[in-house]
Design a protein around this ligand. Structure first.
Ligand SMILES: C[S@@+](CC[C@H](N)C(=O)[O-])C[C@H]1O[C@@H](n2cnc3c(N)ncnc32)[C@H](O)[C@@H]1O
Length: 229
């Protein structure tokens, strides 16, 4: 499948920023730096560009057990969507960063260069959605993101989402920063722990169906009702 280019989304999706460079080289260091410069959140570029690790495999295996079409939202360089497809699962990655989509396709995976908020194939029919590696932060408005994901999933669909290990509920303005101190433009981001995620997910129509912990990372399974309200 070839890349389909959408409108870039604030902070991500550029061809010349630190994230695009990291996606091309497969190397960090890379951080999300808060606007006030007080915090730098590390982005795990090398892990994202490697084969799925044991915590990733818990996500992949849950999607495989379901055995149904899976949408990897903000797929980055594509290790999860590619692993799913290698096991024969129908799966698609979406990401706004062209270099990430190119890397996914280079691994043999399917990905569209499009925002999760753009029109996507199979809207309302995806059985499983993935939001891994802090992707609940996409757009900086988790409520809007989860409502959008609820539209993309089928009735009874499940979202496998990674949450922060700490009970945080933060809306941030950040920039991407590389090891040479180069900064991208500011954009909104969010960080949510388990309780905040469940609370916001419920307003988007999801129910928490459980959670798990693996290698210092925390995940939730959120489920939609079988009939649309
Ligand atoms: C924290 S990184 C996570 C990377 C990824 N899960 C991985 O395995 O590499 C966030 C990813 O979300 C993508 N992204 C940001 N905004 C997006 C949007 N509106 N729609 C789709 N992807 C988006 C970025 O390009 C980036 O690849």
């Amino acid at each position: 499948m070839s890349a389909y280019l959408s409108t870039p989304v604030l902070g991500w999706g550029r061809t010349d920023d630190p994230f695009a460079t990291a996606m091309r080289t497969g190397r960090g260091p890379l951080w999300l730096r808060t606007e006030d410069g007080r915090h730098r959140i590390p982005l795990h570029v090398e892990r994202w560009c490697a084969e799925p690790d044991s915590a990733d495999s818990t996500l992949v295996n849950r999607a495989l057990w379901r055995g149904l079409p899976t949408l990897d939202i903000g797929c980055g360089p594509g290790r999860l969507v590619t692993a799913l497809q290698r096991h024969g699962l129908p799966a698609l990655g979406v990401d706004v960063t062209p270099a990430a989509v190119t890397r996914t396709i280079g691994l043999g995976g399917s990905a569209l260069c499009r925002s999760v908020f753009d029109r996507l194939p199979g809207e309302g029919r995806w059985a499983t959605g993935l939001l891994a590696d802090g992707n609940l932060g996409i757009g900086g408005d988790p409520s809007a993101l989860l409502c959008r994901v609820a539209q993309l999933l089928a009735p009874g669909g499940r979202l496998l989402v990674e949450v922060e290990p700490a009970e945080v509920d933060e809306r941030l303005t950040v920039r991407l920063e590389d090891g040479a101190g180069r900064l991208g433009p500011t954009f909104p981001w969010a960080r949510l722990g388990k309780s905040a995620t469940i609370r916001i997910a419920e307003t988007a129509g999801f129910t928490a169906a459980g959670g798990w912990h693996s290698d210092g990372r925390d995940f939730l399974e959120l489920v939609l009702p079988h009939a649309r309200n």
